[in-house]
Design a protein around this ligand. Structure first.
Ligand code: GEK
Length: 246
């Protein structure tokens, strides 16, 4: 079993004090299991990123995977990109994630497009000649006042006709809808084997770290950043993915 192939049991014992969630080595080891059992629609979404990439990636352009974790999105894109002269720039600021991501890319025999895996904050990255950028469940970890500047920077570096795929956990303005979707997500986690203790401790750890927006805020912000068309292409309970085209 690879280092990142373990079952997520990080929160299965009572913790004296719940500290804010960090993407450290213990998370990197269980990450594929954690995200699959926590994010409804993740398994469906990943292969579709490659299908979307085929449409938007143009020859001799850059493709960015921002908050790449272990490289699941990068690998999906890479397997479908046929255009020549392209480069994928995969970025994450968690060292443990980047280390395992580099190994996963090195072991990939299906894709040919070169990949640069960079350990840095996505707010430090210059964007240029972009045909496609992917932020798969990453913007939600950036402080809300820094989201528009980051998206504007991505849009500025994007070629006309290029696209950003933005996947996020969302909240609903309408209280009843929010409560319903929240309950269904909890049921999804229960059905995937998480105990009540694991669910409540993980929730407390993410409380100050993952700050979701409404879909309306996402739409407005993407438009303000410089994207001319915003389309929801997948929604699964309170997790959505938007395609923003410049
Ligand atoms: C996937 N996209 O499997 N700069 C760089 N990386 C960051 C920053 C930042 N400022 N903030 C958070 N991250 C992946 C899943 S996970 C989603 C993405 C989740 C990184 C963080 O280290 C983590 O690896 C990733 O964003 C978020 O398709 O865990 O819910």
């Amino acid at each position: 079993m690879s280092k990142s192939g373990q079952k997520d049991s990080i929160y299965d014992t009572p913790q004296d004090m719940i500290v804010d969630f960090v993407f450290d080595e213990s998370v990197a080891h269980v990450f594929p299991d954690m995200i699959r059992r926590s994010v409804p629609g993740y398994d469906n979404l990943i292969p579709l990123l490659g299908i979307i990439a085929e449409k938007f990636v143009t020859a001799n352009s850059n493709i960015y995977d921002l908050g790449c974790s272990l490289g699941a999105s990068t690998l999906s894109l890479r397997r479908r990109i046929n255009s020549s002269g392209c480069k994928i720039i995969a970025v994450d600021n968690a060292e443990a994630m980047v280390e395992q991501c580099r190994e996963n890319i090195a072991n990939d025999t299906q894709g040919k497009t070169p990949v640069d895996v960079i350990c840095d904050d996505i707010r430090n990255i210059p964007f240029k000649n972009t045909s496609l950028a992917v932020m798969n469940f990453t913007l939600q970890f950036i402080s809300p006042d820094e989201r528009l500047p980051l998206l504007s920077k991505i849009a500025t570096g994007m070629n006309n006709g290029g696209a950003l795929i933005l996947s996020e956990k969302i909240i609903r303005e309408e209280e009843n809808e929010q409560a319903l979707l929240e309950e269904l997500q909890l049921n999804f986690k229960r059905a995937n084997g998480y105990s009540e203790l694991e669910i409540s401790q993980k929730r407390a750890a993410l409380d100050n770290v993952l700050i979701p927006d409404t879909i309306e805020i996402h739409r407005q912000r993407l438009t303000q950043a410089g994207f001319s068309q915003v389309v929801v292409w997948q929604q699964c309970l309170n997790f959505v993915s938007l395609l923003a085209i410049k």
